[in-house]
Design a binder for this molecule. Structure first.
Ligand SMILES: Cc1cc2nc3c(=O)[nH]c(=O)nc-3n(C[C@H](O)[C@H](O)[C@H](O)COP(=O)(O)OP(=O)(O)OC[C@H]3O[C@@H](n4cnc5c(N)ncnc54)[C@H](O)[C@@H]3O)c2cc1C
Length: 505
């Protein structure tokens, strides 16, 4: 059993949570035994979107590259809605952060000259993607987990779900937590709470995200009074593999970076009709181009053609894509076309934080995909999200989290946990149909009304984690659609065809 008071509680075991944990365990305050830290993960430690990241993590390294180019690429992808100061801070920190990942044991691929083998992805003007085959996230997750579980005094709790949080009058956070292994609740108080709970993929019928991506951090932060922004800036990945089920396997951008071509049902390459950067245009442009091609002909997918790539390139760089296409659809990607559609992939908005990852609620931090830092603007540049998570873990721990917090006595609080019988599929279908790649004002209003009806008709049931998460999805879905209705301009990933202004991208 852990001590019921912790100085810092981190919720989440992806790159955001674990790198925050590791930076803290390296701090003087922790080494001197002055701060206690606990990390919770609602499933196993490795069940994270981080573990599934394929392409890699962006950082300037090549001689022909420079920070200015990475900054500009990030700003262009984000439709200049980004905070340029934040972009510069993250881009300039990136090489040192990559060194930290390497120091913690991540092995990035090297080339024949024994230098790092950098890939180029959509929207990047230079090759700057550090990768470990096409399983970069898995390599990072494994290294972080190994280090975190090896350190002493660590309180790392798997299958432990944060279900409620209240801030008391003395500024302490009271967490209500569900221990899934023992089917019981317990409470922790903490001075500083770090939400690193990841994305919102489960809001949609088709997503690349893990089942843990149910927007819990957004829900908790909103409840505590934190500002949430741009939740409707949802990035769709252009090339989700077409197969059964809610969670789709992602065919990484890196395959297009290596030369794979998108073709319509007639077998014609079509990206030259939409953008001069062709298959490597930013994801919003590629996704809309695919939807337009599909709509033109009433088709359900387009095709990704990697048949002209050599077997060596496929085997060396894309073993996971090759094996998943074989396992799920019995397709040999060296010889056959891959059926793909755009699927929900990444939440660009989220809990608004400052340059050190702290929200407007003192002591409440948000790190990783759950946060809105200003880095991505209206669209995330590929491979900038793993970078953002470790960058803000570093910024937060260096300046705010490493201080020994003043000890306050807790003021008793009363939790009132509620769980409802929500039809999750209904929520997902409403979001997919009306808050997808191309939106209309009427569709958004209809979806909002339908979600509110589901909420008013919801029947209370005994607590179980699945229903509880469905209730959170409903609340976050409402927030997302309200945000979409507030947007008055089409930019980046956001596109409502009823807005009269031209698309800025
Ligand atoms: C298929 C795929 C490929 C991707 N490829 C890339 C890529 O190549 N490059 C790139 O930069 N980005 C990529 N991304 C995006 C990137 O992986 C994620 O944005 C990033 O890993 C998010 O990290 P995180 O730490 O914020 O969240 P996650 O890694 O998703 O971790 C979330 C954690 O929060 C925990 N959690 C959630 N709610 C609760 C709760 N209530 N109580 C307790 N714990 C909770 C979960 O259990 C989990 O441990 C990809 C994403 C996917 C899905």
């Amino acid at each position: 059993m852990i001590h019921p008071h912790q100085d810092i509680v981190i919720v989440g075991s992806g790159i955001g949570g674990l790198s925050t944990f590791l930076y803290l365990t390296e701090s003087d305050a922790f080494k001197a035994g002055e701060i206690s830290i606990c990390l919770l993960a609602k499933s196993t430690l490795s069940t994270t979107n981080t573990d599934w990241a394929q392409g890699g993590i962006a950082a300037v390294h090549a001689i022909e590259d420079d920070f200015e180019k990475h900054v500009e690429d990030t700003m262009v992808a984000g439709a200049h809605v980004n905070d340029r100061q934040v972009v510069r801070k993250v881009v300039e920190a990136a090489p040192a952060l990559l060194n930290d990942l390497i120091r913690w044991g991540t092995c990035f691929d090297k080339n024949e000259a024994n230098d790092y083998d950098l890939a180029r992805e959509g929207g990047h003007s230079e090759a700057r993607i550090w990768h470990a085959e096409d399983q970069t996230g898995h390599a990072i997750q494994a290294a972080l987990m190994q280090n975190a579980t090896a350190s002493d005094n660590s309180n790392i709790l798997e299958n432990t779900l944060l279900v409620d949080v209240i801030k008391d009058l003395n500024g302490l956070f009271h967490l209500q937590v569900y221990d899934e292994s023992h089917k019981c609740f317990f409470e922790i108080t903490t001075s500083k709470l770090v939400l690193a709970t990841g994305g919102v993929g489960m809001l949609y019928a088709k997503t690349t995200n893990q089942h843990v991506a149910t927007g819990d951090g957004i829900f908790m932060a909103q409840k505590l009074g934190a500002s949430i922004e741009n939740l409707s800036y949802v990035q769709f990945h252009p090339t989700g593999l077409v197969h059964e089920g809610n969670i789709c396997f992602l065919v990484s951008e890196a395959l297009r970076g290596a030369g794979a071509v998108l073709r319509n049902q007639q077998g014609e390459a079509f990206m030259h009709h939409y953008d001069e950067r062709l298959e490597l245009a930013p994801r919003d442009i590629v996704s809309r181009a695919i939807i337009t091609e599909m709509n033109k002909n009433g088709e359900t997918c387009v095709w990704l053609d990697a048949t002209h790539l050599s077997s060596e390139v496929i085997d060396q760089h894309f073993p996971a894509i090759k094996s998943q296409c074989k396992a799920l659809l019995n397709i040999d990607i060296a010889k056959e076309l891959i059926p793909v559609v755009p699927v929900q992939h990444y939440s660009c908005g989220g809990i608004k934080v400052d340059a050190f990852g702290e929200t407007n609620v003192s002591g409440l931090f948000a790190i990783g995909e759950v946060a809105s830092t200003g880095l991505h603007g209206a669209n995330r540049l590929a491979s900038n999200s793993l970078l953002e998570a470790i960058a803000f873990a570093k910024f937060a721990t260096e300046k705010r989290l490493d201080k020994n917090p003043e000890v306050q006595s807790p003021v008793p609080v009363h939790f009132n946990l509620e769980c409802f019988d929500i039809n999750r599929n209904q929520v997902q279908n409403l979001l997919s149909q009306h808050a997808g790649i191309i939106k209309t004002t009427k569709g958004l209003k209809d979806a909002l009304a339908a979600l509110q009806t589901i909420k008013s008709n919801a029947v209370s049931v005994a607590f179980n984690p699945f229903n509880f998460a469905s209730g959170i999805l409903l609340e976050v879905g409402i927030l997302l659609i309200e945000d979409a209705l507030r947007q008055d301009q089409n930019r980046g990933v956001f596109y409502n065809e009823d807005l009269v202004n031209d698309l800025v991208s």
